[in-house]
Design a protein around this ligand. Structure first.
Ligand SMILES: Cc1cc2nc3c(=O)[nH]c(=O)nc-3n(C[C@H](O)[C@H](O)[C@H](O)COP(=O)(O)OP(=O)(O)OC[C@H]3O[C@@H](n4cnc5c(N)ncnc54)[C@H](O)[C@@H]3O)c2cc1C
Length: 404
């Protein structure tokens, strides 16, 4: 599958940041093999190498060029599924535990960037979650009440306070300081380079894993070039291409669209340049870049195939610019780079992390839904703890067998 088309901004901005060779022999005695060099695989490598595991990473593409290239990389403790909806779907305790895990992961990503000297990839930033209509305004009030009840950091802003953000056509919004905007490609490659330098990670790209067989003694992989790789443990982080490794489909695929504008004058922006998103679904969202562009995305539709997805690029470009102008009529904007991608979504908006029942020694790190990056970090920590033999409560929240 082509995971994206068009010109993802991070590739244009950074160019290719690193490369590693293809696998050219069998590997008989690996401790941990990580399938996938995106943000999920790289965070798993970071946690596992730090814990002293010897890791080998395999990717069928060039380094980190899957969905991570295409991400607009807004990280937020608030999830695509609200605390209220999650509590209705499971229970209030369950929903609160999930939100607490998400809140902690935002701070943790910032610490990892500092530990690996990649602070420049990341910016801590406030977040504004706008009501799109009256129904959304009511939902925001309920959400505020439940979050406050459980001590989550959040403020409720009304029409008047929104004017300070140059927003005049929305009733209310949730506001907080626990969000991040990231250069996900740079951070991913930086983490991989950090682990390689530590001596605990070896990386092979252009190496397609075509078969996986697990037993209680370990895991055997076959590659497209006919090599065999034997490992004690496998971390499966293939992003939205997980279907080949799982006995049954666990997600639905969507197409999503994004663009960046031309650089804008300093006085064109809204207060604090916070991340902005909204209650309606499919939603529209925006952030800014260090070189004064607005990066925006959304307009998701269900995925049929790459051709159908790509055919909508021009139409979605017009739609995204129009949504932005509706919010900020003063802006004079056009698109410099436009792209689209395919992403996986699950009904409850939560990731799948850990062992799949009946598949020994294969740990999945599948950060599906709009909060993929924070989920990738949670997956990395949970899996590292499980391999160290330490219990982790989050494994129950995000396991394949979580119960409604
Ligand atoms: C337009 C767009 C905007 C987005 N915006 C956001 C956002 O604002 N915030 C957010 O949190 N998330 C966002 N996402 C989602 C985010 O991009 C993903 O959650 C994240 O990049 C997934 O990372 P990953 O490492 O799991 O997958 P990937 O980056 O796709 O990495 C998986 C890797 O596995 C490799 N692989 C797959 N199969 C095999 C195999 N058989 N053998 C070997 N290698 C294999 C692939 O080549 C790939 O490199 C967005 C996505 C898109 C498309």
């Amino acid at each position: 599958m082509d995971l994206h088309s068009g010109f993802p901004f991070w590739l244009v901005k950074n160019g290719l940041l690193a490369d590693y060779p293809a696998l050219q022999s069998d590997l008989q005695n690996e401790e941990v093999v990580i399938i996938g060099s995106g943000i999920s695989g790289s965070l798993a490598a970071y946690e596992l190498c730090k814990a002293g595991f010897r890791c080998t990473m395999l990717d069928k593409r060039i380094l980190s060029s899957g969905s991570t290239w295409a991400s607009t990389a807004q990280l937020n403790y608030e999830l695509d599924i609200s605390l209220c909806d999650l509590a209705d779907l499971y229970s209030e305790d369950f929903a609160v535990a999930v939100y607490k895990a998400s809140l902690a992961s935002v701070d943790k990503i910032q610490r990892i960037a500092a530990d690996t000297a990649m602070d420049e990839c990341l910016e801590r930033i406030p977040s504004l979650y706008l009501s799109s209509d009256e129904k959304g305004a009511q939902a925001i009030e309920q959400e505020y009440a439940l979050r406050r009840k459980h001590g989550f950091p959040v403020e409720l802003l009304g029409k008047e306070q929104l004017q300070a953000f140059r927003i005049t056509n929305r009733t209310n919004a949730l506001y907080h300081h626990h969000a991040i905007q990231l250069d996900a490609y740079r951070m991913t490659v930086g983490l991989i380079q950090h682990c390689v330098k530590s001596g605990n990670l070896t990386v092979y790209t252009r190496t397609n894993v075509t078969k996986l067989e697990s037993s209680d003694e370990g895991v055997t992989l076959q590659t497209d070039k006919g090599y065999t790789v034997k490992a004690r443990f496998v971390i499966c982080a293939p992003g939205y291409e997980s279907a080949q490794f799982l006995p049954k489909q666990v997600m639905a695929l969507n197409s999503t669209y994004a663009l960046v504008t031309q650089p804008l004058p300093e006085d064109a922006f809204w207060k604090e340049r916070c991340l902005i998103w909204e209650t309606k679904r499919p939603y529209f969202y925006l952030r800014t870049t260090k070189d004064n562009r607005i990066m925006m995305g959304g307009g998701d539709v269900s995925f049929k195939d790459e051709t159908a997805r790509d055919r909508l690029i021009d139409e979605k470009e017009v739609w995204l610019l129009k949504e932005c102008k509706t919010l900020f009529p003063h802006l004079e904007i056009s698109a410099d780079f436009v792209w689209c991608g395919t992403f996986g979504d699950v009904e409850d908006g939560l990731p799948f992390i850990g062992l799949y029942p009946g598949m020994d020694n294969v740990y999945f790190a599948l950060g599906y839904g709009g909060n993929g990056t924070t989920y990738s970090l949670i997956a990395a920590e949970v899996i590292s703890n499980l391999l160290k033999g330490e219990p982790d409560q989050r494994a129950q929240l995000f396991g394949f067998d979580r119960k409604k």
